[in-house]
Design a protein around this ligand. Structure first.
Ligand code: ADP
Ligand code: ZN
Ligand code: ZN
Length: 726
């Protein structure tokens, strides 16, 4: 009798053994198995010689679904590492990374892997298509040229290409086809033209390409506008020329059509897989398969794509490596940045971490010499912006806008230049308050205030989604003197309209960009200079080039200065650097004005001097002194329940079982979370830490079975290794 051990997507920590005499059952292949009254698809992770389950009780697997493994032993090794490091069940880890379409018993229709022209399509002359139908013309030429084109490649070309494909299908001009042969072993010819490189870029590219073929972590520390993307593109070209694949990880928000278009334009003919959470299940499966079989040579994706199976990895790049979206915040909580480094080490390939404001953990590794440090200290086109503070202790404000900021905006308008007013949304949004009794609009389910949305007159919770109408009178005292406090984007927009009645003002936030393509249209308006003042939040901070934008005003940065989250200063610095980077991308020098009550704070001083190195070193010294990460390793046991006492009780019991293990780690006492109520549940946590990583890991693995035994239905818990937020 042969046995297989199977990972299943069920809320149990174990793997499951089945009998299976099918010869095609190999480790890494999918298998259909009975589970209770249903059938599930799992992945074979081992073929054990014996099982702890008595033979008579072992069920028989129904069918092996793959003739060749879906996951290679290298892929499984990374997943096993992640399960162990993050103390999460291996089955859940594996199943979280395999596209849903491939683990569904009744599968959704997957799109065909590739397309080819029908006889009718082959006979077409491109001149039958109207000149305006650019995308259709391009697609026809491409299909006539290359004969077979993968679905994933057409998808990567954007919406217009996808629409053209649908039209061709409707006309009967294309049909599905088998994907073209695996081309992973062929070197890719030199890419399309790039601008002449700067000496600094050339040096950085040289260092990266010299490490191809062996493990090395490199930190590419380059100020905004220093041309990091160009360095990535050249490093990618070098890796492709060696017949390997490249994994390029980007933050959630950065996976823009611009970046896709840039990569496609630079590597014509190279298959690119795009992986992010916005894909339909079938699309995701198609891209994942293209990467897994080696047909896609460049994999461009967000956090989860760090696990994409790759037969021939050659280079891993993590852009904006400090970005918080690389950390998965629920369920299987992992850091894609950290796993990228592990993956590179296992695969024996270099990993490039790029940022203007690296995470302190990363910076420390570079300072200590574990990562090689590459720097791009200069902007390509213009000089860095001049950053200064407006001291609110000495300045009058109108609707939260200081006279100095208003004057600066007025001067830019007079010169036909653009300005941006940036509102830091973190911990800050307009709430409704009663002028007579002090009532504020609190969310009943969260420890957060409901945010006022003026346009549609709603109060919304940004944590749980609660949504209600704005009351006509105070619910407590009945007074009708209800007014917003704090500055939201809408309030600032209204104030700017009063100050500059002639100016064209554009507000950009979650409300105005909700509709598809809305952001795209706004970007074109900004580029076409039909906008004088932009008002917006975080979405404006990242990676956009607006050549006529020369002034950035920052409102309410202070709320993050005195947070009790130890990473708040680091994040504020990164955020402000990113925002400041929007100013002066063209030929004129940019100006950044930060309104603050604490103009002498060292963080603002470092920002004014644009001295990240000094700032990072002083934070690291503080962290070392205080015994904070990266000088200790932490894990949080998080618990949530209907009321915080239940959560705290569960944690107290967990703390007792931890101490009984006589651990070599420090076990703290349970405390309520910073944001205690969220979506009607109350949350608390328990911190454990150790200066020695191995001791923390050993302890967590010993502790987890006790937690599973202690778990009750009243409290839900999870372990968060290297927590990013408290
Ligand atoms: P970063 O990502 O470091 O903020 P980017 O990669 O966006 O910077 O580069 C800033 C701008 O400079 C972009 O418009 C880019 O196209 C341009 N650029 C990059 N390298 C060069 C170069 N060697 N010569 C001319 N322009 C360049
Ligand atoms: Zn009242
Ligand atoms: Zn809420």
């Amino acid at each position: 009798m042969s046995l297989i051990r199977v990972a299943l997507d069920v809320p149990l920590t174990r793997l499951f053994d089945y009998r299976c005499d099918d010869r095609s059952a190999t480790v890494g292949a999918r298998v259909l198995v009975p589970f209770g009254r249903q059938k599930l698809i799992g992945i074979i992770v081992a073929k054990p010689a014996a099982s702890e389950v008595p033979e008579a009780k072992l069920k028989r697997a129904s069918a092996v679904l793959d003739t060749a493994p879906l996951l290679s032993s290298a892929d499984l090794r990374l997943l096993e590492f992640a399960a162990d490091y993050y103390v999460h069940p291996l089955g859940a880890v594996i199943m979280a990374t395999v596209p849903a379409a491939l683990r569904r018993v009744r599968r959704r229709e997957e799109p065909p892997a590739a397309y080819t022209l029908t006889a009718a399509g082959t006979a077409l002359d491109v001149s039958v298509l109207p000149p305006r139908a650019r995308a259709q013309r391009d697609l026809l030429v491409l299909l006539q040229h290359r004969l077979v084109i993968e679905h994933a490649e057409i998808y990567a070309r954007g919406t217009a290409a996808r629409k053209a494909l649908q039209a061709f299908i409707a006309h009967g001009w294309v049909q599905s086809a088998a994907p073209p042969q695996h081309d992973v072993l062929t070197p890719v010819p030199t890419p399309a033209a790039s601008p002449p490189l700067t000496a600094e870029q050339t040096a950085a590219i040289g260092e990266i390409t010299a490490t191809l073929g062996s493990y090395q972590a490199l930190l590419l520390w380059g100020i905004t506008g220093s041309g990091k993307t160009e360095v990535y593109l050249h490093a990618i070209a070098a890796a492709l020329a060696r017949s390997t694949q490249v994994l390029l990880l980007v933050p959630e928000i950065a996976l823009t059509p611009q970046l896709q278009a840039l990569v496609i334009a630079r590597f014509p003919g190279v298959r690119i897989a795009i992986l992010h959470s916005g894909l339909a299940e079938g699309e995701r499966a198609a891209h994942w398969q293209a990467a897994r079989t080696g047909r896609a040579r460049i994999i461009l994706g967000t956090r989860l794509s760090v696990f994409t199976p790759l037969p021939a990895p050659g280079l891993i790049i993590v852009d904006e490596e400090h970005d918080m979206s690389f950390k998965q915040g629920e369920g299987f909580r992992y850091s894609a940045r950290d796993l990228a480094v592990v993956r590179a080490r296992y695969a024996g390939v270099p990993v490039v971490l790029g940022s203007a404001t690296p995470a302190l953990e990363t910076y420390r590794n570079a300072v200590d010499g574990r990562y090689r440090l590459l720097t791009l200290p200069n902007r390509i086109h213009a000089r860095p912006p001049v950053i200064s503070c407006i001291d609110l202790r000495h300045e009058q404000t109108t609707d939260g806008l200081s006279a100095r900021l208003l004057a600066a905006i007025g001067a830019r308008i007079a010169r036909n230049e653009q300005s941006m007013v940036f509102i830091n949304r973190r911990g800050y949004a307009p709430v409704l308050m009663c002028g007579s009794c002090g009532w504020t609009s609190d969310c009943k389910r969260c420890s957060a205030r409901l945010v006022l949305h003026l346009r549609d007159r709603r109060l919304r919770c940004h944590h749980c989604g609660h949504d209600s109408a704005v009351p006509a009178a105070c619910p407590d005292c009945g007074d009708i003197d209800l007014a917003p406090i704090g500055q939201g984007t809408q309030r600032v927009e209204a104030a700017l309209v009063r100050q500059f009645p002639q100016a064209r003002i554009l507000r950009i936030d979650r409300d105005t960009t909700r509709r598809k393509d809305a952001w795209q249209n706004m970007r074109s308006r900004i580029q076409d200079r039909t906008v004088d003042i932009l008002v917006g939040t975080q979405i404006l901070a990242k990676g956009h080039d607006f050549p006529h934008l020369n002034l950035v005003g920052v409102i309410n940065a202070d709320s993050m200065l005195y947070s009790n989250d130890l990473r708040a200063p680091e994040r504020l610095y990164a955020l402000l650097t990113q925002v400041a980077g929007r100013a002066g991308r063209g030929t004129d020098q940019g100006e950044v004005l930060i309104q603050t009550q604490f103009a002498n704070h060292p963080l603002y001083a470092a920002l004014r001097d644009q001295d990240f190195d000094a700032f990072a070193r002083s934070l690291l010294a503080e962290r070392r002194q205080a015994g904070f990460p990266p000088y200790v390793h932490q894990a949080l046991l998080r618990a949530e329940a209907r009321d915080v006492d239940t959560a705290l009780q569960f944690l107290a019991q967990a703390a007792r079982s931890a101490r009984r293990l006589q651990p070599a780690v420090t076990v703290y006492d349970p405390v309520p979370a910073n944001m205690m109520r969220k979506a009607g549940r109350e949350r608390a946590h328990l911190l454990v830490q150790s200066p020695v990583r191995a001791e923390l890991r050993a302890f967590l693995n010993a502790w987890r079975p006790h937690l599973e035994k202690a778990a009750s239905t009243a409290a839900r818990w999870s372990l968060d290794v290297d927590p990013a937020e408290f």
